[in-house]
Design a protein around this ligand. Sequence first.
Ligand code: GCW
Length: 677
Amino acid sequence: MTTPDHPSVHPAWLPDAATSFLRGRTVRVVGDGPLAETVRGEARRAGATLVDGDADLVLRDTGAVPGGEGFVVAHGDGHLDVAADDDAALLHAWFHVVRTGTTDPAGHADGRHEPAHALRMLDHWDNVDVHPVMGQVERGYSGGSIFYADGRVREDLSRVEQYARLLAATGVNRVAINNVNVHAREARLLTDGLPDVARVAAAFRPWGVRVHLSVSFASPIVLGGLATSDPLDPDVRAWWAGAVARVHEAIPDFGGFVVKADSEGQPGPFAYGRDHADGANLLARALAPYGGTVHWRAFVYDHAQDWRDRSTDRARAAYDHFAPLDGRFDENVVVQVKHGPMDFQTREPVSPVLAAMPRTRLAVELQVTQEYTGQQRHACYLGPWWSEILRFRPWGPVEGDDGSPTVSDVVGGAGPGASPQVAAARGGGIAAVSNVGDDAFWTGHPLAQANLYAFGRLAWDPALDPTDVLDEWVSLTFASPSVAGDRAIDPDVRAALHDVLDDSWRTYESYTAPLGVGFMVNPGHHYGPSVDGYEYSPWGTYHFADRDGIGVDRTRATGTGYTGQYPAPWRDVYESLDTCPDELLLFFHHVPYGHVLHDGTSVVQHVYDTHFAGVERVEAYVRTWEGLRGTVDDAVFERVAERLAEQLRSAREWRDQVCTYFLRASGVADAHGRRIY
Ligand code: GCW
């Protein structure tokens, strides 16, 4: 589907103007792997001349490090010479040159480039059928699925091929193509759907992206007709072994399974008195002969909680379930951990699970789709947030960089105490929920493309500056043939995009989620403000605001004890009101409204101030964008303008509801006398 008024699909990054600097250049590609052919196709598409002899750009597949994916850029005699580990690396090297925007050796530093993480994966929460409540793409804000239509895998997969090319240009190398909530129809992708899944895999293969499936733990029952899916039952084991053998016959490079088990109603090993390690290893052993991986999600908690019960804390759940299992998972199991202990909120602390399982391959899971960050109606560039997460040091120091391990190191298999197996496998890498659909702009909000781009780039190199990554995306996306020079960008366009996006995550936080309070959203669809939306619900997502104060006491001294799941120094930093960072204050502590923050403001005044300031920022975004009318593509301009208008409306709604709620609750007037209802 494309929107009726924009019948053609917008090219996202990599329009032809982005490769115009290659027109007329000579390129030599040495290598005979299938991805070498893809690189030749890209060179032709860019208008370069493929030659066998001397060339401006020489790309060689040396085959020296199969699976290495890295490449070395060197200055040849008046040309640029790139030696690639394997043919996947050849493709990465090609897009590296495209990003850099020149084949002139002077524009390149000598050196080796390689991904920090071996597994860089996007998970699609796409359903084959349109789900009555969730729609076709669960938490999708970009139209329908690019994979499925009319109850089956699409006949025409050209859109998937375009998507694969976009992903290859960011470095993503794995994709799971169906929702982790596996419904009856989707479960069958594993069996009678295989020929179609094989077609999807064929669309991704030339771009170096391997396909994975989400599977139901109850498959032996629902697909195999067995009476049980007990992981220790020999018939169940045999069923999975047979199922995986058939998958590999159809798709020799099949990546593996993603599993959400015993979570939010999905079936799992608990029904048989078994644990998550039993469950994950069952699937891992079926996949092992073929080199496949199980991504087993750690998003497990009680979603049928009683709000009256103050002893249960959802934030504790993943650690309580998984940390005791460290060391029990097979080598081809990756335990996939949401970055925070709750659920992709605008601000959460980093999950303590990431510091608790040195003998397990861990992946950190991010959410590119903006479920809780504006649903692709609000501009919210998440690069800075992910960068904070990936650079967080679970063992300190609290400030500064002394080379101590980061979250990125942990999921790269280089955390403290990592077992030899975890180190050898380079951990479990980085996964994220995709934000793409069949929308003409791919992501609903055209500027939400920047998040998809940034995910791939930060998964490749978490040390990149997120603002630089944004700038790359701007250059590759808004390259305009009408501006003089190779791949030139109108400086006003570049400046405006930075203006709107650089701090947009903090802006979003300022009017929606003060001091680490989350979930003040409308239940179900999660869009727009509802301060008490989840306060008396079974989901375990409370803020406990009353007339005196707000926040969740998660201390060891008087609260749920969650702070004790962290190693030092964080267990103590978060425990103490003196040292707990303001932005997470209400995540860890229940405080009176008059509690004074480190910047000298009271909690309730901070709530007022940030909400008013956030709306002013959005007003400025609207003005900045308006200044681009006639400068950027009309369709893009209009779509963004329409989204910004909604963002402004919604931000005002957030400001007025949240400020009014806390004025009424606290009785404390705004020090600046602004209008609160
Ligand atoms: O964020 C929550 C979403 C669910 C989702 C779940 C999960 C796929 O509200 O829609 O289900 O997380 O991550 O499994």
